[in-house]
Ligand binder design. Structure first.
Ligand SMILES: Cc1cc2nc3c(=O)[nH]c(=O)nc-3n(C[C@H](O)[C@H](O)[C@H](O)COP(=O)(O)OP(=O)(O)OC[C@H]3O[C@@H](n4cnc5c(N)ncnc54)[C@H](O)[C@@H]3O)c2cc1C
Length: 459
């Protein structure tokens, strides 16, 4: 059975995990659990330069913080239960807001299975600095919580920035500002894609090329806990309002803030202000509310392509530094790649051939699925820019909600695409449903007919 390398982790082997985001913590939790189960011992250190309990972007892993329903369930099975104050709000509904109206989609499972979290200590507290009146909604960083879980499994956590990585006789050695760190039998690259260190992995000459990225714009807007509950509730709003240069815009409710996430070319603070002042968006905020001059914001990169060769002898790249599901459930991809890498390292070996054989299939699965994701989002883009198509699709969803027996599956297709709950290939295949396509065609003809009639009446 074994065509593996002879690079196995012996009892007491040292592992250096570079990055304590979700991928680094998940890897550490699974590797430590597994070694215990097989009666071995490893010495695992996570090197993380951020302190997730501080407020603001510098301590935050810059993300909308929506944990998919499927990941919440998988984590619960692993004994990692997400509860307040880590969970800032449980989501059960997505609303697609267009210029012509909205459609609400409820979770097919009838549970509030999606969790919204903060990846750092949370936004700089606008409430306290402005009025000092509102109590601070209790919050604990998701990343801090996962690091705690890893520590409980036996990981050491060092608050250190890794500055360099080199190869010495085929063994990776890592450096902080103070110099070389203890030798490791395996270095796990869980540094995400927003850190300069990723280029150092490329420079090792192992064939690794980091994933392609685009910039995202993320803003945290304070409206107060009561307003969040009354105006947004447990609903994530996706805006299909065709704002120039904006590919995707959504508002996610948290404790006393809402997170505005935008994707597109050259998004600036002004694009965010224009978005917040758009009538369809403004109508979601309190009547007396004025767009704040200052708010917590960041411009992180988001993974939109696969890394090449994310492994070598004694090195494995995981999470965003390797493969991530396109636009959705990046934390879920961090979980999947971390688990596959931990299983490979502990059960098979830490050689290039081991990672190629046992780890890489998990990355390949995500990468192949993303091809279908690209097609789905290309369609969504066309639909967003074409009012007749937008109307036809949302009307099909509205009709289906009134007539569940129609069997269009339009609502579940939209739900799964935007929540990241199901593989894109499954959603893509479900979209080829002749009943749904027929309904959309009928809706398109209806929309054209109404437009022609209106222009005829005007004449
Ligand atoms: C705007 C935006 C919104 C998103 N929204 C969602 C969402 O709602 N749901 C979802 O599932 N995914 C979302 N994602 C994707 C998600 O954020 C990532 O897929 C996920 O964080 C990847 O986890 P990771 O551990 O691989 O990397 P990261 O979360 O980036 O963690 C890497 C860690 O490594 C540390 N590190 C880096 N360099 C060094 C160094 N030199 N020394 C020491 N430590 C270092 C960093 O400080 C960081 O803690 C979003 C991404 C963006 C950009």
């Amino acid at each position: 059975m074994k065509e593996n390398s002879n690079l196995e982790l012996n009892d007491g082997a040292k592992i250096a995990v570079l990055g304590g985001g979700p991928a680094g913590s998940f890897f550490s939790i699974f590797a430590l659990k597994l070694t215990r189960q097989i009666g071995k011992n490893i010495d695992l250190t996570i090197y993380e330069n951020k302190n997730f309990s501080h407020d603001g972007p510098s301590s935050c892993n810059m993300c909308a913080g929506v944990v998919s329903e499927s990941l919440v369930q998988m984590l619960a099975i692993e004994g990692i239960c997400l509860k307040p104050p880590i969970v800032q709000r449980a989501i059960d509904t997505y609303c697609f807001q267009t210029i012509g109206g909205d459609v609400f989609l409820n979770s097919p499972s009838k549970q509030r299975g999606i969790a919204t979290v903060y990846r750092g200590g949370g936004p700089v507290n606008q409430a306290a600095s402005e009025t000092d009146k509102e109590h601070v909604f209790e919050r604990k960083s998701f990343d801090d919580f996962l690091l705690d879980c890893a520590e409980k499994e036996g990981a050491k956590v060092e608050n250190v920035r890794i500055e360099d990585i080199k190869l010495n006789n085929g063994r990776p050695i890592i450096f902080s500002k103070r110099g070389q760190l203890p030798d490791a039998d395996l270095v796990v690259g869980a540094c995400g894609i927003n850190s300069k260190i990723i280029k150092k992995f490329e420079e090792l000459g192992t064939g690794y090329i980091c994933p392609s990225t685009i910039k995202a714009y993320q803003s945290e807007i304070h409206i107060g806990e009561q307003n969040v509950s009354d105006l947004f509730g447990n609903v994530v709003y996706v805006f299909l309002i065709n704002q120039p240069g904006v590919k995707f815009a959504a508002i996610t409710p948290k404790g006393s803030y809402v997170t505005v996430s935008m994707l597109g070319k050259d998004i600036t603070r002004q694009t965010v202000m224009d978005f917040l002042n758009h009538p369809e968006v403004k109508s979601k905020f309190p009547d007396s509310w004025k767009t704040p001059d200052a708010f917590c914001r960041c411009v992180p990169k988001i993974n939109v392509g696969a890394a090449r060769h994310p492994f070598a002898d004694r090195i494995v790249m995981i999470g965003d530094a390797s493969s991530a599901r396109l636009y959705k459930d990046g934390i879920g991809s961090a979980y999947l790649t971390a688990k596959a890498a931990a299983n490979t390292a502990i059960l098979y070996g830490v050689g290039e051939t081991d990672f190629h054989k046992y780890y890489y299939p998990s990355c390949r699965k995500i990468n192949r699925d993303n091809i279908f994701g690209k097609i789905m989002f290309a369609f969504t883009g066309i639909i967003n820019q074409t009012p007749i198509l937008r109307e036809a699709l949302l009307n099909a969803s509205r009709y289906e909600q009134k007539h569940p027996e129609s069997g269009y599956k339009c609502s579940t297709i939209l739900w799964d695409t935007f929540t990241g709950n199901e593989p894109y290939i499954d959603i893509f295949l479900r979209a080829f449903n002749y009943k749904l396509l027929l309904r959309i065609l009928v809706n398109i003809f209806n929309a054209i007919f109404i437009r022609l009639k209106k222009s005829g009446d005007k004449k």
